[in-house]
Design a protein around this ligand. Structure first.
Ligand SMILES: NC(=O)c1ccc[n+]([C@@H]2O[C@H](COP(=O)([O-])OP(=O)(O)OC[C@H]3O[C@@H](n4cnc5c(N)ncnc54)[C@H](O)[C@@H]3O)[C@@H](O)[C@H]2O)c1
Length: 360
């Protein structure tokens, strides 16, 4: 029986969700039955991709109360997440929410508490964890085939997703009151999640931030991150004016290998690459298309589709967890770990000294 879902917030990223839900509809796993957005143009935008829906709402709370909606996808701007997630929790329905959980850290902890108290299955939109290239990295770190991880470098750069810089985007991301943070919170919270997922809990963070474009949130942040297992890493994140660029590079150094992984916003992007240099022999450039194919075959995903926004893989995992009665992953505890890293970085940038996670 397909899971009936409703989307609250039909903006820019809802298009990727809509593509995913259309494919999951074809798979018979999920049925998109309702949309909510105060802007009717947003609803039309999603319907053009995912097909017409039975119910359209201007207020997300009406969608949450709709008995035909079994699970709710919260994709509205970040400042609305708390109110919407609280209503979903009160209704006792499963929730898929976009990251970041909230613009400020105290509200993040409130959301984690209210979700845990309600006990609703909740997945957070850290879709990078479903990318086959990153899953390869996770596998080699976890099985220690190249020894222990020693350190890493992560670099994220993408265009400033705000209307003055990128035509077609909304403006809330360049306002501290609306977004709470810039490149680090809004975009590289994905990388913070990846760092925690690959290398475990973080203990201490030192960071510097810049506001080169003159907004009151940062467009540049550089972090030094210490993990409980001794691994140290750096993260540089940039929002600039380079249109169409959304690249992430991760270099991981293990005792017996150096690995360079590059990904973009879709699985199968031209930017995708993976290079492994083992202890001896030449560096091997892994065929990422074959890697993705093998990963999809293992997961029972249709490999004949041309490419995947990885929201497809994330939603598929969400629907399958609900069907199996297992907790969806990544969940709010994972989000809390990523938010702690971000919060420690912001405090460090303000004070000029490293900040321990234990002191948050
Ligand atoms: N996982 C990812 O990689 C990823 C990527 C982009 C955005 N996001 C997150 O998704 C969320 C939405 O981002 P976006 O780029 O689509 O924003 P957007 O500004 O493009 O669109 C937001 C949409 O929500 C609607 N909206 C505003 N207030 C609402 C409310 N109270 N209830 C329902 N709808 C409301 C707006 O009318 C608009 O259509 C943000 O939290 C953002 O951080 C995640």
């Amino acid at each position: 029986m397909a899971l009936s879902v409703g989307i609250i917030g039909c903006g820019s990223i809802s298009r990727a969700h809509a593509v995913s839900l259309r494919l999951l509809g074809d798979d018979g796993l999920v049925r998109l039955v309702a949309l909510a957005d105060p802007d009717p143009a947003g609803i039309e935008r999603v319907e053009q991709i995912a097909g017409p829906v039975a119910r359209r709402y201007t207020d997300g709370r009406d969608l949450i109360a709709d008995p035909d909606v079994e699970a709710v996808l919260v994709i509205a701007p970040t400042k609305h997440h708390r109110e919407l997630i609280a209503a979903v929790a009160e209704a006792g329905k499963p929730c898929f929410t976009e990251k970041p959980l909230a613009p400020t850290f105290p509200v993040v902890t409130e959301i984690v508490d209210l979700v845990e108290r309600a006990g609703i299955p909740t997945q957070v939109g850290f879709q990078s964890r479903f990318h086959p290239i990153l899953r390869f990295l996770h596998g080699v770190v976890a099985d220690a085939r190249y020894g222990r991880p020693m350190g890493y470098v992560i670099r994220d750069d993408q265009f400033w997703p705000t209307t003055d810089v990128m035509e077609g985007h909304t403006a809330w991301r360049s306002s501290a009151a609306e977004a709470g943070g810039g490149a680090l919170l809004e975009h590289s919270i994905h990388s913070c999640d990846i760092a925690c997922w690959l290398f475990g809990p973080v203990t201490r963070v030192y960071a510097r931030t810049r506001h080169v474009f003159g907004y009151d949130v940062e467009d540049t942040a550089a972090l030094t991150i210490e993990h409980a297992n001794g691994v140290v890493g750096t993260l540089l994140t940039i929002f600039n004016g380079v249109i169409d660029r959304e690249e992430r590079r991760i270099e991981v150094f293990l005792e017996q290998a150096a690995i360079e992984a590059t990904t973009d916003f879709v699985v199968g992007a031209p930017e995708d690459s993976l290079l492994v240099k083992e202890r001896s022999g030449p560096a091997e450039r892994i065929d990422t298309q074959a890697l993705c194919r093998e990963s999809f075959v293992r997961d029972g995903v249709d490999v004949d589709r041309p490419f995947y926004v990885y929201q497809y893989l994330a939603h598929r995992a969400f629907a399958r967890s609900l069907a199996a009665g297992t907790p969806p992953s990544p969940g709010v505890r994972d989000a809390l770990a990523a938010h702690q890293l971000v919060e420690a970085a912001y405090r460090s940038a303000r004070t000029g000294v490293p900040v321990a996670i234990a002191d948050l």
